[in-house]
Design a protein around this ligand. Structure first.
Ligand SMILES: NC(=O)c1ccc[n+]([C@@H]2O[C@H](COP(=O)([O-])OP(=O)(O)OC[C@H]3O[C@@H](n4cnc5c(N)ncnc54)[C@H](O)[C@@H]3O)[C@@H](O)[C@H]2O)c1
Length: 354
């Protein structure tokens, strides 16, 4: 396979993350985009020749090797299944994999039967700093891993779909906390065995965002099946830009990773600069502007890996297979169940049939 023909469904934030990363892949053409708004602007920005307001029409008319599903969560199943039915050999699904276990299972079943390569876009797994942290853990540099703290937090979603529970299936945990949740099994080579969690209750029961249907704060303590403990957090109450941090504690040392605030650049600007980091609302005064967020947050490595998998026929790496996406969703739903019941939830308690 020489030139890979890609289609993107979704033309806004996640679509842009994928398009920016495809741009850096040799022998890849973004051939078509489907979305219900922002089509002309998106197609012009990335010189995409074909645009559709109906993804089914795009799948029927264009011969695509790979499709990126970059639409609101509740549409992931419908679009993955339609792409599989159209015979597109490679499908990348954004996080969360789906909003229900039933949808996630159906996606796996349909793609499995048709031997379609369904990949799960967990970008943290490709963040260079986290890859290096894992290497240090693997060489035994900090001994046995006892405890991991990991979070993604910011001041609220840009997407109206992410603010309505019926479109997204939850709040800050399913959107932001799902990154550390998906990252832990990859880092530790351990599965989740139990969770105990708390969250805010949505709308009036939120700390800050009374207009969000889902929670604006959630945290969970996790026991991994190899014995490591973890604390994961997702919240929409953090000012000052997206704050992604990981701390790893071992018997012989610690690792601290600052994925978003740790830029080597320090800038003081009286009038402000165009951009500092994701979700930062002010850029005047002192800032630490990101050098290349597409790279440092893992999107570039992620898309390059998925493209390579389609070119070579290899299965995508652990943490990024469709089943890993479903697994991360299971953990998030277990976190929600624990937060609502006030009880510890064994991971196989509610998903024992999988
Ligand atoms: N990996 C990450 O870091 C990351 C970051 C942001 C978003 N996401 C995920 O990406 C997905 C999209 O989020 P977003 O922030 O881009 O949302 P957004 O609101 O910015 O954009 C939604 C896009 O979906 C399109 N869309 C909506 N309904 C459609 C339909 N029926 N057919 C075709 N297109 C349709 C819209 O036209 C729009 O382009 C979500 O699942 C989100 O969780 C992932």
């Amino acid at each position: 396979m020489n030139e890979l023909k890609v289609g993107i469904v979704g033309s806004k934030f996640a679509g842009m993350l994928h398009a920016e990363s495809y741009k850096r892949c040799p022998d890849v053409t973004i051939h078509a985009v489907a979305a219900i708004d922002n089509l002309d602007q998106f197609a012009a920005s990335y010189a995409i020749p074909k645009k559709y307001d109906d993804f089914r029409e795009m799948f029927a008319r264009e011969e695509l090797d790979l499709v990126s599903v970059c639409v609101p969560n509740f549409l992931h199943k419908e679009i993955v299944v339609a792409a599989a039915d159209a015979g597109i050999g490679g499908i990348i699904c954004e996080k969360p994999f789906a909003t229900t276990i039933e949808d996630g299972k159906e996606m796996l079943e349909v793609c499995g039967k048709k031997q379609i390569h369904l990949m799960y876009a967990e970008d943290w797994i490709f963040a260079p700093a986290l890859i290096r942290a894992k290497e240090i853990c693997r060489e035994g540099g900090i001994g046995d891993i006892l405890y991991v703290k990991a979070k993604e937090t910011h001041n609220g979603s840009h997407s109206m779909y992410a603010q309505k529970k019926e479109y997204c299936g939850g709040g800050a945990m399913i959107h932001l906390g799902i990154h550390p949740v998906g990252f832990l099994p990859w880092l530790l080579d351990q599965g989740v065995s139990a969770v105990v969690a708390m969250k805010t209750g949505g709308e009036e029961k939120n700390l800050l965002h009374k207009n969000y249907g889902g929670e604006d704060w959630a945290a969970a303590l996790i026991e991994m099946d190899g014995g490591t403990r973890a604390l994961v957090e997702g919240n929409y109450i953090t000012c000052g830009g997206m704050d992604d941090k990981v701390e790893i504690y071992g018997t012989e040392g610690n690792i601290h990773v600052d994925l978003t605030m740790g830029s080597p650049l320090t800038v003081y600007s009286r009038k402000g600069i165009q951009y500092a980091i994701e979700k930062a609302d002010f850029t005047h005064g002192w800032t630490r502007p990101a050098v290349d967020e597409f790279l440092s947050l893992g999107y570039v490595g992620e898309i390059a890996h998925f493209v390579n998998c389609i070119k070579t026929g290899q299965v995508s790496q652990p943490g990024t297979r469709g089943a890993d996406g479903l697994n991360a969703l299971q953990t998030v739903l277990a976190i929600y169940q624990s937060a609502e019941s006030g009880c510890c939830v064994e991971h196989n308690e509610i998903f024992s049939d999988l």
